[in-house]
Every structure is written in structure tokens, then in C-alpha cells.
Write a protein that binds this ligand. Structure first.
Ligand code: AHR
Length: 345
């Protein structure tokens, strides 16, 4: 197995590039900070500033509690808000867009200082984002993107490059099977249908494996990022396809559910079926260190500190980068064994 070195766990430090007076009409006095993390542009919105000395109120709409990644992400946001001294209004959407829209409307009525949310799916946000903009409340996207063409509807998007994560998974697989003389049958467990990570992890992976026609995705279905669904769909895959070589799961939880199905079918995960997953949560690391997952592409959930920094910048009327990319690594089983004792989530 090709040794792949972990590139690092740290988030792009201080990726929120600030420069002063951007809102006060003297833009041009200071040039924008250089793009250190894949940012493409920067923005400010005409927003109502929190009065001097007033506690900042942040309304946050979370996707749900579907995975270990999400639990760690929620914890990071709650801890960081507490540490920053913000009043956090937290709402769990239980994986439903309608709940997120309701929560955002409630935050608007409550006149919070900033709204942040992790959009469950990419489409369908323009109307509610326009309502927030009209109310003068800045919005920050975290973890997942929206497909709105009007980027003035939000201040910044802080999170991973999901296409790149898919490419990393594909690159490892292409290397493993570079000498394959027979077809390599791949099954794919996709994340929540219509979500940015599901769309992008698929497209990044497909882009890379298309370089080798022996690599064939023979079945691809959503497992909704949950363990239970990952198990259920894998059971169906195994029933319909007697000769599966590889499982590509868009997150650890689905891979862990699938491992149960593979073992129940009398097969050895990691040997009879090569497994690639995304996230790098502790349970994923345990499975990898046991050789049941062969390769993990990291997706870092600890976005709280960056989010709070962005909230402060927005409230202060400072300009921030439109795109803040999280830095992440990759782990083989060997890497996971070494890193496991240090894994916090
Ligand atoms: O948006 C990030 C994804 O959402 C994580 O990879 C997955 O585990 C979570 O549910």
C-alpha cells in the first residue's frame, strides 16, 4: 500500500483575512489581504452593527446529528461561541431544509446580529437569504455551500473543498489498481442527496478514476450519511452484486454501517472489499487501524474557532474573504494506527 503522509490537521490559521475600514467608504486605503486559502473574492454587506459592548447574538442552524462528524462540529461551534462570549441560538434541523428555513426566519424575527448555517442541500436558499439581507442581518455559510449565483447573499463560506476530497479518494484508488488487468467493481455510498459533500465527493472521485477504464462504479446510492442507512444499502449492494472489489463511502459512518453488512455476509472488510471513506472521526480511525478501512480522506469538523472569528469580523464591519478553505490530510490504515491516540473526536 502506498504510504500517504498526512498533510496536517490544522485549520488554515487565521484564514479570515481582515482589513480595516472596508465598510466606512475608504476602501482602497488598504489593499485586500492576499488569498491564503483558496479565496476568490471578498465582500461586505450593509448590515446593522451590534452596539458597542453588547453581547453578540449568533443564530446557528445545524444540519442535524446524522454522523460522528456532525457531533464534533456541533461541539466545536458551541464551545467556540461560549469561549468568544457570544449568545448562541442553536437550532437542529434534523436533516430537513424546511426546518432550516424556519430557523433562519426565526433568527430574523429575533433580530440576531449574525446568522450562520450549514445548508443541508445546495439549492433553494435564495428567498430566505434575501429576507436576511433585506433585514440587514449578515449570513455566514459553514461546512456546506449553497448554489446561489448571487454571492452577495452571504458574507463568506468556511469549509472543506469536497471536490478535492473526492479527488484524493480517487487518486489513492487509481494508484492501488494501476496494474489491474480485470475490471475493478466499485460500489459507492453517497451522502445526503443534493448536499454539497455528496455532489462534490462524487464528481471529484469520478473525475480521477475516469483515467483508468478498469475502474467501474457498478452501483451508487445514497446512505444519507448515517450508519443505519449505510448498512442497509450495503446489504442491498451485496445481494445484487456478488463481486464487489471496492466500497467508496462518502463518510465514515456509512462505511462503519457497511462494514457490519460485509461482516454479516461472511466477508472481510479491508481485504475482500477495499474500503475508502471520508471524515476521519475516531470510530473511523479505529476501523482503519484494525485494517477494516483502507484509506480515509480527512474532513475537519472543528470549524467553530474560524466561524467565531468571522462573526466578529462581520460585526465589526471588516471585510472578510468570500471563501475560507479548511486544510485536511489523508490516512492509510498505518497512519490511522499511529494517529489514533491523538484523535480527539
Ligand atoms: O458536510 C460534511 C459531512 O456531513 C460529513 O462528511 C458527514 O459525515 C456529515 O454528515
Amino acid at each position: 500500500m502506498k504510504a500517504v503522509k498526512r498533510k496536517g490537521l490544522a485549520l488554515v490559521a487565521l484564514a479570515v483575512m481582515l482589513f480595516s475600514a472596508a465598510c466606512s467608504g475608504n476602501s482602497g486605503a488598504n489593499p485586500p489581504a492576499s488569498n491564503g486559502g483558496g479565496a476568490s473574492s471578498s465582500s461586505t454587506t450593509e448590515t446593522t452593527k451590534a452596539p458597542e459592548g453588547k453581547k453578540i447574538t449568533l443564530g446557528f442552524s445545524q444540519v442535524g446529528a446524522e454522523s460522528g462528524w456532525r457531533t464534533a462540529n456541533t461541539q466545536s461551534i458551541q464551545d467556540s461561541a461560549k469561549e468568544a462570549g457570544y449568545d448562541l441560538k442553536f437550532s437542529d434541523a434534523q436533516q430537513k431544509q424546511e426546518n432550516q428555513i424556519k430557523a433562519i426566519r426565526t433568527f430574523i424575527q429575533q433580530k440576531v446580529d449574525v446568522i450562520a448555517f450549514s445548508p443541508v442541500v445546495e439549492s433553494g436558499w435564495d428567498t430566505v437569504l434575501k429576507e436576511a439581507k433585506d433585514a440587514g442581518i449578515p449570513v455566514i455559510l459553514t461546512d456546506r455551500a449553497v448554489d446561489s449565483t448571487d454571492t452577495s447573499l452571504y458574507e463568506t463560506f468556511i469549509g472543506s473543498d469536497f471536490v478535492e476530497e473526492g479527488r484524493r479518494a480517487g487518486t489513492w484508488l487509481v494508484e492501488q489498481f494501476k496494474d489491474a488487468t480485470e475490471d475493478v467493481n466499485i460500489v459507492e455510498l453517497q451522502g445526503t442527496t443534493g448536499s454539497a459533500p455528496a455532489n462534490d465527493r462524487k464528481s471529484g472521485f469520478d473525475e480521477i478514476i475516469s483515467s483508468n477504464p478498469k475502474l467501474k462504479v457498478i452501483a451508487s446510492q445514497t446512505g444519507d450519511f448515517t450508519r443505519a442507512k449505510g448498512k442497509e444499502v450495503m446489504q442491498a449492494f451485496l445481494k445484487a452484486n456478488p463481486d464487489i472489489d471496492v466500497l467508496y463511502a462518502h463518510n465514515d459512518d456509512m462505511a462503519l454501517g457497511a462494514i457490519q453488512a460485509i461482516e454479516a455476509a461472511g466477508l472481510k472488510p479491508g481485504e475482500d472489499i477495499i474500503i475508502i471513506s471520508v471524515d476521519g472521526v475516531k470510530d473511523g480511525f479505529i476501523a482503519a487501524s484494525e485494517g477494516k478501512i483502507n484509506f480515509i480522506v480527512e474532513c475537519n469538523p472543528l470549524l467553530g474557532p474560524q466561524l467565531m472569528e468571522a462573526v466578529q469580523a462581520v460585526v465589526d464591519g471588516k471585510e472578510i474573504e468570500k471563501r475560507i478553505v479548511t486544510e485536511e490530510g489523508v490516512f492509510t490504515s498505518e497512519d490511522a494506527k499511529r494517529e489514533l491516540p491523538n484523535r480527539k473526536y
